[in-house]
Design a binder for this molecule. Structure first.
Ligand code: SAM
Length: 210
């Protein structure tokens, strides 16, 4: 529970559950303290993929492959997911194989900024869910890789609501300061269309202005 909306509302939304076919991964993540997208974020992500039908998808931060599988199950595009932790990459590959999506999801063992810096691919949809304090850097590296009508979705941008506090909490200070800076930065850029959503732990949608 992120605590950014009323507890009762969050409980009500969560009562509808996550993604039925991936309940085993949701359970594993909970038991093993692996951070994966919240249930409402998973549904929103699936909805975005089903509506926009991106052909090429980039995910920053794979963990056990949960959100990559959500995207695969809701569309037909090819997914590249970047993860720097080898044991997570291995778990993700295992899960992807178990669910039968190994021909649609490729997991790259790399650092997100390093990968973006050398990639020459173009993506229709980019999902950012790693290195929260590096989102501004990832955005600058992602925009040249985004197709004309492409979209970027960033998770956890409200950081349990802490970015909305005037006084920055000492704990997680770097993440909060950098997320505040990132959110202000995207809103000030006149070439971008931006929507900051108070769903899940705060999600931010970005696309180029035409
Ligand atoms: C929140 S988890 C991703 C959860 C996943 N998107 C899901 O919902 O199923 C973030 C992951 O990003 C990875 N990560 C963090 N910083 C990274 C970086 N700079 N480059 C690549 N991976 C990174 C972590 O190892 C972690 O597994």
């Amino acid at each position: 529970m992120s605590g950014i909306v009323h507890k009762k509302v969050t409980e009500y939304i969560e009562s509808f559950g996550g993604i039925q076919e991936l309940q085993d991964l949701e359970f594993y993540a909970k038991e093993n303290y692996v951070p994966i997208v919240m249930k409402d974020a998973a549904r929103f992500l699936g909805f975005m993929i089903a509506s926009n039908k991106p052909q090429t998808i980039l995910e920053l931060g794979t963990a056990i492959g949960y959100s990559a599988l959500v995207m695969a199950m809701h569309g037909e595009g090819q997914i590249t997911s970047v993860e720097r932790d080898e044991s997570m990459r291995d778990l993700a590959l295992e899960n992807i194989k178990k669910k039968g999506y190994e021909d649609r999801i490729q997991v790259v063992l790399d650092d997100c900024a390093g990968f973006l810096g050398k990639s020459d691919q173009v993506y229709d949809f980019i999902f950012m869910d790693a290195g929260k304090s590096h989102y501004r850097e990832y955005l600058d590296l992602s925009l040249p890789r985004l197709s004309e009508d492409g979209m970027i979705l960033c998770d956890n941008v409200l950081y349990k609501g802490l970015v909305a506090e005037e006084e920055v909490a000492r704990k997680h200070r770097t993440n909060i300061v950098n997320l505040k800076d990132f959110i202000r930065y995207v809103h000030e850029r006149e070439d971008l269309v931006v929507s900051l959503l108070s769903i899940s732990d705060g999600m931010l949608l970005i696309r180029r202005k035409k």
